[in-house]
Design a protein around this ligand. Sequence first.
Ligand code: ATP
Length: 302
Amino acid sequence: MGAAVIRCEDVTKRFGTTEALGGVDLVVEAGDVFGYLGPNGAGKTTTLRLVMGMIRPTSGRVEVFGLDAWRDRSAIHRRVGYISGDVALYDRLTGQDHVDFVGHLQGLGRPPEAGALAERLGLGLRRPARELSRGNRQKLALVLALMTRPELLVLDEPSSGLDPMVQREFHTLLAQHAARGGTVLLSSHVLSEVQRVATRIGVISRGRLVAVERLDDVRAKALHHVEVQFASPVAAGAFETIEGVRDVRIEGALLRCDAPQSSLDPLLKEVSRHEVVDLTCIEAELEETFMAYYTKAAADVA
Ligand SMILES: Nc1ncnc2c1ncn2[C@@H]1O[C@H](COP(=O)(O)OP(=O)(O)OP(=O)(O)O)[C@@H](O)[C@H]1O
């Protein structure tokens, strides 16, 4: 296990009568690319703002690099690259002006990485921010967050507005950052956006963390759509009792069901007790597996 870079202990945050977060415990370790997933209003941005020391928890503790996220925020900010949900830029300054300004604030002069990063993302640095499209504003925010090679990246829905090619390059940048020992916390409302790059995912729903899993473990649970054409009609009973097998549907001699990887062996053994004419087994999209397991976990906290 790596060292904890972010640690939230029993964190609650209320805004007036709204409880945005309730008793969240979360650890993000060095080298993790942690995908923080949840629907709109679940509490993702609130968590990221607590990590950045922009707001204080109502109760509980938030630590970054072992420091108090609120009290020690200046020391923490020197080691973190952050992108907020709505990118704030200076309209009249060009991309290069932003690079120089942020570099100056961080005491780095002109960061040598910025030009190469902008090129990789297909962003010119000469135009003023007011002329940039939403996607290009997002790219500039990425350049500014990554150019100082911070130890930790905290990114609030960073790939919204990026086209698929740029998203791929962005994911490569994140993977390279993690390979150098860097850590990433990135929020999203869809798994497909983070599944290529995240090592672990946490799911938040209505301010509660309902699941934290390694992405490999989610993959091992991947649902398979199984369809078997038998030579003669079969009964559902024996198939329905196999652990993990879901949605058994039988129409005469045709069986359809969904099964996680771990149930395929017992399912096929049961299938082979009958005469089989045809069989297909197709792995579902990860998003579907994820929804099947976690919408239930989220419903349980509701
Ligand atoms: N400053 C605030 N004042 C009052 N309520 C707030 C404030 N910030 C967040 N909330 C509320 O806290 C809850 C969680 O909001 P948050 O922005 O953290 O969700 P989110 O998961 O980031 O959603 P989104 O994907 O829409 O950005 C929501 O009910 C929101 O309305």
